[in-house]
Write a protein of this length. Structure first.
Lengths: 262, 556
């Protein structure tokens, strides 16, 4: 310590300090960016996957997304969207899109798992992008309570606190999240499909995303402790129910009670 | 009744022990007199007369279930970490109020059921009050001598909404916190006193640590006490005024046709209480309401999609949703002397509600002024027989419903797959046009129904039986009505416009002219009830047809 304090007046001290500062900033920056680094991860994909995927792509997707997925007037470029985006869009049936509109609807998937895999392989080969999440983050063994807090802060304003979905402007909407697989939820967070923003790994860590998936799966499996949940839509469905069912039954009784006289 | 028969006979000694005890009590409190008086009170019978009862019973159920909840609820906003059995909230930081609400739901035996009973009963309470008021309005039951009771009823409606809202906020979950935030915003938009009032209510900047405790006191003490007081006044006046009745043979403003309270009605009313209780209990057992565990603890930063108040506050929320912030280049937010005046919050929050309640409270006097009708009315109007009043009521109802629908604009958009913006634009248009359309349509429908009544009174009911006369003509046989049914169709008042009259100085004042204009607007379109002379004439007409007179037809 004494040696260090004696050398602080050394002519090279300022340079050394500057160097240290630069190294630290650069190092931190490097760490920060790798957190968010797009992974090209073509590791899982074989060359034949990519090849088959390209054929499928050209037959089914190129009309809008263009040959080589460079994008056209009708569809965006898919270079760099990553395997996760393809797996989500094709896996949930949103792509190929039924028709142009404010938002693509979920529908029965048009491609089987293998074909989806091949399409993902092809698009992933075009440029680095988010990879299909590994099983480790989808084990639903995270902290549901933390996931719930993250969900309420980041997701509930569109998807509703009970994940029942909600409206956005001009015909767009945030869908309900029941019956959505953990993988697709995770992929939606990293790729930001349709009108959803991207929640990058520096925004919500993979651990946080795992918690969110855990939370959503847990509330789904818990069910509704208080009886039929009326769509989990809050006071509107409750009000509708009390007016139509509650008051309706009571009116039936009042008519019965007064039917025998005058 | 046995008490009545054993009373007032000093020398009398009852045979049984129960009889002797009854006699003892009666000699000291005079219960038999009260019982006799009440037991003989006559009530007419109609299903639409029972909504007030539903409201009363819901209120009793609210008191019972609410008392249970107070045993376990802790209205403290102190911070705690949840440690109950609902794992998705394990260890989450929250207020004691929310934590104890969760405990009621998951760890108190029967707690969730009682919470749901309380909440469903609250929704049903306000709904039955509202339907009761609609019935009273559309049948003209608010007319003399019941104007004041109408006002008491209006106060009860406001108190019911206040009770509901203060209760809605108590669990301190995200949903109720968002609701409070809107109320806070509305209060702050009031010029000059707004921010002071908000700080006073919340004990500092929103949300503070006071509000739940304060709302709790209002919810379990002040508001229910006021409701009870108003119910007492309300029922007292019902006894004083006697019940109204629908028009019918033998019924007039000087009598009440029906059955006495005791014993049949007392039994029916007692049974009806348990029916209402049963319906609420079934709803509470099978349908979840306000699943507070879904919403999480209140925190000012998150807002959930689909955040709505309970139905009775919905119309005010809807008005807020309908209000544009900017209209073309016109902004609804001004800076006056360095202070912000946000009309885009102030106008929708206060004006429609103010308008609805002002007209609601004033209406009996408005109609009385227009008609100059100072007589007592105990026989109700069928809604069609007061077309303009019915149309005014439907206009107000539509105005309310448009705002009500606007509170669920997001759910309308998602569930009917339409654009949220379009829903808002349509509802904005309907906010202004809806009441006008409703007024015109209702008035025409009422007049048409009156014409139909007149037609039936004069020519009888269409039997659907087609008869071919000897000379080849086809006629449909109309069955004449019996006298009871005909009375219902012809026995109503049909006022004519009352022209302006000079006052005691012989001057027709401007106010009187305005009144006359309103009277014309009220009564110029009218279908007069069939007169005895017309009935007589049409009767002859029928006989002629049935006798087969050639030229007469009924094909109209």
């Amino acid at each position: 310590m004494k040696a260090l304090s004696q050398k602080r007046r050394h002519p090279l001290a300022a340079i050394a300090l500057l160097l240290m500062g630069l190294l630290l900033t650069g190092g931190l920056y490097a760490v920060a960016t790798t957190v968010n680094e797009a992974k090209a991860s073509t590791a899982d994909f074989t060359a034949s996957d990519t090849e088959e995927g390209q054929k499928l792509f050209e037959a089914n997707c190129a009309t809008c997304h263009g040959m080589g997925a460079g994008g056209t007037q009708d569809g965006p470029s898919l270079v760099g969207v990553g395997a996760a985006a393809v797996d989500f869009q094709v896996g949930t049936g949103r792509m190929p899109m039924q028709m142009n509109g404010p938002q693509a609807y979920k529908k029965p998937a048009q491609f089987n798992e293998q074909q989806t895999h091949q399409l993902s392989a092809y698009v992933a080969s075009l440029g680095p992008g988010p990879a299909i999440p590994e099983a480790g983050v989808l084990d639903e063994q995270g902290d549901a309570a933390k996931g719930g807090e993250l969900f309420r802060t980041n997701c509930a304003m569109c998807h509703n606190a009970a994940a029942a979905g909600g409206a956005l402007t001009r015909g767009k909407f945030a869908p309900a999240l029941a019956d959505v697989s953990g993988k697709h939820i995770y992929e939606a967070m990293v790729t930001g499909p349709q009108n959803m923003p991207v929640f990058s790994d520096s925004n919500i860590t993979p651990e946080g995303k795992r918690d969110i998936v855990t939370f959503l799966k847990q509330i789904e499996s818990t069910g509704s402790p208080g009886g039929a949940d009326l769509g989990a839509l809050g006071p509107v469905s409750e009000g509708l129910f009390v007016w139509i069912a509650g008051l309706g039954v009571i009116i039936a009784f009042t008519i019965w009670l007064t039917s025998r006289t005058s | 009744m046995s008490a009545a028969s054993t009373a007032k006979a000093p020398a009398y000694v009852a045979n049984t022990k129960v009889g002797r005890i009854t006699d003892f009590v009666d000699e000291r409190v005079g219960g038999s007199g009260i019982l006799r008086e009440f037991g003989r009170k006559v009530f007419p019978d109609h299903w639409s007369f029972m909504f007030g009862e539903v409201a009363l019973y819901s209120f009793v159920i609210l008191l019972l279930s609410g008392t249970f909840l107070t045993f376990f609820f802790d209205p403290s906003m102190a911070e705690t970490h949840y440690n109950g059995s609902y794992t998705p909230l394990k260890n989450v930081e929250m207020s004691v109020a929310y934590s104890s609400s969760l405990d009621i739901s998951f760890d108190v035996r029967g707690g969730l059921f009682m919470r749901q009973v309380h909440h469903w009963a609250a929704l049903l309470f306000v709904a039955s009050v509202a339907v009761h008021m609609l019935r009273v309005f559309f049948t003209g039951a608010f007319r003399k001598p019941r104007e004041m009771n109408w006002v008491v009823g209006g106060v009860l409606l406001i108190l019911a909404m206040a009770a509901g809202f203060t209760g809605y906020s108590l669990p301190d979950d995200l949903l109720s916190g968002n609701g409070l935030r809107i109320i806070d915003g509305v209060i702050k938009s009031i010029p000059v006193i707004g921010t002071y009032t908000s700080f006073f209510l919340f004990g500092g900047e929103f949300p503070g640590t006071m509000i739940i405790g304060r709302l709790y006191v209002l919810h379990i003490l002040l508001v229910p006490a006021l409701i009870l007081l108003m119910i007492v006044l309300h029922l007292f006046m019902v006894v004083v005024h006697k019940h109204t009745q629908y028009p019918g043979p033998g019924r007039n403003d000087g009598n009440v046709v029906g059955y006495p309270l005791g014993p049949v009605y007392a039994a029916k009313a007692g049974g009806f209480f348990f029916i209402v209780f049963g319906v609420i209990a079934l709803m509470a057992a099978f349908f979840t309401i306000n699943p507070i565990w879904n919403y999480g603890p209140y925190d000012p930063s998150p807002v959930s999609a689909g955040t709505q108040p309970d139905w009775y506050i919905g119309w005010v929320d809807g008005a807020l949703r309908l209000m544009p912030g900017v209209l073309g280049d016109f902004h609804f937010e001004f800076v006056v002397f360095g202070y912000v005046l946000t009309l885009n919050v102030l106008l929708p929050a206060l004006v429609p509600a103010g308008l609805v309640f002002t007209v609601l409270f004033m209406y009996p006097w408005i109609e009385r002024w227009i008609t100059k009708d100072n007589r007592e009315h105990h026989v109700l109007d069928r809604p069609r027989n007061a077309p303009t009043r019915t149309a005014i009521g439907m206009a107000g109802f539509t105005f309310y419903c448009v705002m009500w629908a606007a509170a669920s604009s997001d759910l309308i958009a998602t569930h009917f797959m339409v654009s949220l913006n379009d829903v808002t634009y349509w509802l904005r248009a309907l906010f202004f046009l809806g009441p006008i359309i409703a007024f015109v349509v209702t008035k025409r429908v009422a007049l048409a129904l009156q014409r139909k009544d007149r037609e039936i009174a004069l020519h009888g009911r269409e039997t659907g039986r087609i008869v071919r006369l000897p000379h080849g003509e086809f006629i449909e046989v109309h069955a004449p009505l019996d006298e009871y049914k005909r009375y219902k169709l012809v026995g109503f008042e049909s006022p004519v416009p009352l022209p302006a009259e000079p006052n005691e100085h012989g001057v027709v004042t401007r106010k009187e002219k305005r009144r006359a204009a309103l009277s014309r607007w009220f009564f110029e379109d009218r279908v007069a009830p069939a007169t005895p002379a017309e009935l007589e004439a049409s009767h002859g007409h029928h006989e002629a047809v049935e006798a087969g007179a050639g030229q007469k037809t009924l094909s109209h």
